[in-house]
Design a protein around this ligand. Structure first.
Ligand SMILES: [Zn+2]
Length: 494
């Protein structure tokens, strides 16, 4: 996430586990301009929205990979909070609680011929350790507000968007606004553990109803400033595609025995050789459409000679490939990545392992698949003693291919971005992480991932880390953004 290296690619960041944003902003150099705001405060001020975010954060809706550890009382408290905080939304919109992980609102449009859009967010958060080196300045579930920030787990990932969407609807309802195009709000409660019960259930429900969507907007990349040498304007990165992911188990079985009489090769040794082979032969680099479009977009704002290289990424691919491969952030943009994350052998110091196992976490570039990943890993390892199979503990997902950056949905998002940061360059991008939006692919080909905040590196560290917090400026941006995007659903063409 901290991009550093050389031009032209060295400052372009990439992957992160955090789902709100998978991008290094590299620091904000100058205050960003804000346009004249829409009527954000019709049903309350930005301070009111900050208070709502604080209340939302103080309900610890923590996700764990083991669903039995999730405290559903907190999920239900969060639902009760929404009902209490946004009465007009609950009075005027259709609401369906599909299960404790899946909330769906529908704001009916005045024109039935228009396909509805869907704004997605999630209300679960990752756990927050608050001790030792990971001690928070303000406790992670206190919802502390000071002059400049609301603090706490979920302020950036991604309760701020969920609450801002509800706040926008509440404000617009108070004004008597009704959209021409219907709008769904889809809120999952298990995004951090892949959305199996949340977004996936919502998507199934909508499919059963025969719903087709104009577009989906989910959390994603953000507005980054100062990230690219020579480009002064902030970059609003709208992810039009998403890498897939899977976990692959490498398993070696062997005879075991006492360590005083070791075999020539034991299970751990065989496994380590397999892992070394995998590390020494990375997946091939490839230029995908989102990255090509991103490079062409920044080329228009670069100076010579970068302008020439970036404007023809296909032609200069041999050079770009070398430069991108040098930095882990940019490397993730051009190839499937495979990282060994867990390894195990014997449980006792003097016992030879009966079996050894490694987990490879793979992030799959659009254009490849879980099947092609498994095949390649098997081919590279080339050792029949090493079994290669999907790790059943984790739900894999295929990459989500490119959505059109000239669509109605992309235009709507762009207009709302222009509203909050008029000088921003709006650029298509590839998300290295994963979001709930992957579950909606059967409902529309137009899926975009963007979070309307500007973050510096320190703020970025808070996502899935310590001292997560959102600034008042970003709260204002979220409010303005979602009000605008709902307002312009009334415009048939953009
Ligand atoms: Zn998230």
């Amino acid at each position: 996430m901290k991009a550093r290296k050389r031009r032209p690619a060295g400052k372009v960041a990439g992957p992160a586990e955090a789902s709100v944003l998978k991008f290094s902003a590299g620091g904000v150099r100058a205050p960003l301009k804000s346009s004249a705001a829409p009527d954000v405060d019709a049903a309350g001020s930005v301070e009111t929205l900050a208070r709502r975010i604080s209340q939302a954060v103080s309900i610890p809706t923590v996700s764990y990979a083991d669903y039995s550890r999730i405290d559903l009382k907190q999920h239900r408290s969060f639902h009760a909070f929404l009902r209490q905080a946004f009465p007009l939304v609950h009075k005027n919109l259709e609401f369906r609680k599909i299960n404790d992980y899946a909330l769906l609102y529908f704001w009916k449009g005045s024109e039935q011929s228009l396909k509805p859009c869907l704004l997605a967010a999630h209300f679960d958060v990752v756990p927050a350790e608050d001790s030792g080196d990971n001690k928070w300045i303000h406790p992670p579930f206190a919802g502390h507000i000071d002059g400049g920030y609301v603090w706490g787990r979920g302020t950036l990932d991604i309760k701020m968007s969920l609450v801002a969407i509800m706040h926008a609807a509440e404000s617009l309802l108070a004004e008597g606004f009704r959209p021409a195009r219907g709008v769904y709000f889809a809120f999952g409660g298990d995004e951090e553990i892949d959305g199996k019960k949340g977004a996936r259930s919502i998507a199934s429900f909508l499919a059963e109803q025969g719903v087709e969507l104009e577009y989906v907007l989910d959390e994603g990349t953000v507005i980054a400033s100062g990230m690219y040498p020579g480009i002064e304007e902030p970059m609003a990165l709208v992810s039009i595609a998403e890498k897939g992911h899977c976990n692959v188990s490498l398993i070696v079985s062997a005879g075991g025995g006492h360590s005083s009489l070791p075999h020539k090769e034991n299970a751990v040794g065989i496994l380590c050789k397999a892992v070394t082979r995998l590390d020494s032969r990375p997946f091939p680099a490839r230029l995908t459409d989102p990255v090509r479009l991103f490079l062409k977009g920044i080329s228009r704002h670069s100076s010579f000679p970068e302008r020439v290289v970036l404007s023809r990424p296909g032609l200069f691919w041999p050079i770009l490939k070398i430069v991108f491969s040098r930095n882990s952030n940019t490397n993730a943009m051009i190839r499937t990545s495979a990282a060994v994350t867990m390894i195990s052998g014997s449980e006792k110091e003097n016992v030879l392992p009966v079996a050894a196992q490694a987990n490879i976490n793979v992030r799959i570039l659009p254009g490849e698949s879980i099947r092609s990943v498994l095949d390649r890993i098997e081919k590279v390892i080339d050792d029949s003693r090493v079994a290669v199979r999907p790790n059943p503990d984790w739900l894999p997902n295929e990459p989500v291919g490119c959505s059109d950056p000239l669509s109605y949905g992309y235009s709507a998002i762009s207009q709302a971005i222009k509203r909050i940061v008029p000088e921003a360059l709006i650029l298509p991008f590839l998300l290295s992480g994963s979001t709930d939006s992957k579950h909606y692919t059967a409902l529309t080909p137009y899926i975009y991932r963007f979070s309307p905040v500007v973050l510096n590196e320190d703020e970025l560290k808070g996502i899935h880390g310590v001292n997560e917090r959102i600034s008042m400026d970003n709260i204002r941006r979220c409010a303005d953004f979602y009000i605008t995007i709902i307002r312009i659903t009334s415009e048939k063409a953009l």
